[in-house]
Ligand binder design. Structure first.
Ligand code: BG6
Ligand code: MG
Length: 218
């Protein structure tokens, strides 16, 4: 039997939370008198909460005391959680459930590889928590994507060699992390932004079950 380690990013791959992160950061930036564009927002995708705030402050040329910095981080997360509170299965991205259940049925090991500290909460809310054999998130790793750390730890927990792992990512930083880890990288989203991926799909609807089988036997 052929086996691959399938590693999924969370925000923007499994659930459409990238928009909520964007809204929460926009609100915070506005209050600090900073504006940033949607293009700049691409640079925040996949990046840890701390690193995101550092980037936004740098764009605005604003510096904060450590205390204020931490206060802003908490505020951002509080705002973000107001969107997550009411989250259910309905917010899973197209065909995510089919893909996860098919791979599970094929006895493929599944891992989550996310920068988020809210990952477990979101997996519970959307009913996916039990599906994953390993969950590596912002509470387990210290180095933010594009560091390959999160995916390397996920592969290790699955007991799979990196070259036998396949990563699904919506962020450029995440694609770079997967490439550095020598894993197959599949971008989910815009092919212009995710050019460095081994392959890009707009959504999982472009990966029917026979194609998933092909990935397993690749
Ligand atoms: C990533 C998101 O998955 O997690 C980033 O793409 C976010 O936008 C990061 O900043 C950290 O998430 P959280 O939920 O711990 O603030
Ligand atoms: Mg993401």
């Amino acid at each position: 039997m052929s086996t691959k380690g399938f590693i999924f990013d969370l925000d923007g791959v499994i659930v459409d939370t990238a928009k909520y992160h964007y809204l929460a950061w926009q609100q915070l930036a506005q209050e600090l008198g900073i504006s940033f564009t949607e293009t700049q927002n691409e640079e925040l995708k996949g990046v840890s909460r701390v690193r995101s705030l550092e980037k936004i402050l740098a764009w605005g040329g604003v510096s904060l005391t450590e205390e204020e910095f931490n206060r802003q981080l908490q505020k951002k997360n509080k705002e973000y959680l107001t969107y997550i509170e009411t989250m259910s299965e309905d917010e899973l991205l197209p065909d995510v459930k089919r893909v996860l259940y098919f791979l599970k049925e094929q006895q493929q090991p599944l891992a989550l590889g996310s920068a988020s500290k809210n990952a477990r909460l979101i997996l519970h809310k959307t009913g996916l928590f039990e599906l994953f054999d390993a969950i590596v998130d912002g509470t387990n790793v210290t180095k933010a994507k594009p560091s390959p750390e999160v995916f390397m730890v996920a592969a290790e927990q699955l007991g799979m060699a990196p070259e036998n792992c396949i990563v699904f990512e919506d962020s450029l930083a995440g694609i770079q992390a997967a490439n550095t880890a020598k894993m197959m990288s599949i971008g989910v989203g815009n092919s212009n932004i995710l050019q460095q991926a081994n392959r890009v799909i707009a959504t999982f609807t472009e990966l029917p079950n026979p194609e998933l089988e092909a990935l397993i036997h690749h």
